[in-house]
Design a binder for this molecule. Structure first.
Ligand SMILES: [Zn+2]
Length: 175
């Protein structure tokens, strides 16, 4: 049984370097669109990016190695994607599954989307979350204190994934 949600607190076992949360400025309507626009006030830990999508680390991860695949075009619902966009998005989701299996060797991967606030959506811009699940995920801190102990920093995860991003290249060869 997994419990996929952001935690109240994080206890970063390694030192957390650059990704302190400073809050999103009020004039930013959509964090992902701000990332696409290159707004430097929002953090982006992308390991891959092209004209269509971004693959990035969630800086408030549900678990170590949590990645997101985000189409650059702002849409709310899966049904808003054109057929070609849908296929291209999920071609990348497949590659990210492969990447996570190689880099973080999870016991499983929870792949999901939150469509609408009632479903836990925090950013109303379509994205697919891939959350690695490990054998021993929930200890005392998680179950009693709603605090997630993170064994690796975002920076370390970014570096580890970036060494294998070859897996993600050529995910889409249809013009
Ligand atoms: Zn957006």
């Amino acid at each position: 049984m997994t419990d996929l949600k952001p935690y109240e607190q994080y206890l970063w076992s390694p030192k957390r370097e650059d990704y302190e949360n400073t809050g999103v400025p009020e004039d930013i309507d959509c964090v992902f669109c701000a990332q696409v626009d290159g707004d430097e006030r929002v953090t982006k830990a992308a390991i891959f990016e092209d004209e269509f999508l971004m693959v990035e680390l969630n800086i408030f991860p549900y678990n170590t190695g949590h990645l997101m695949v985000v189409p650059k075009r702002h849409v709310n619902d899966l049904t808003d994607l054109e057929e070609n966009e849908r296929n291209r998005l999920f071609a990348m989701v497949q590659k990210v599954e492969k990447l996570q299996k190689k880099v973080v060797e999870p016991a499983g991967i929870d792949i999901g989307m939150n469509i609408g606030k009632a479903a836990g959506e925090s950013i109303p811009h379509l994205h697919v979350q891939l959350v690695p699940i490990y054998e021993k995920d929930r200890g005392f801190m998680e179950t009693t204190l709603d605090t997630k102990v993170m064994k690796k920093s975002i920076e370390d995860m970014e570096r580890e994934y970036e060494q294998e991003t070859e897996i993600l290249e050529n995910y889409w060869d249809k013009a």
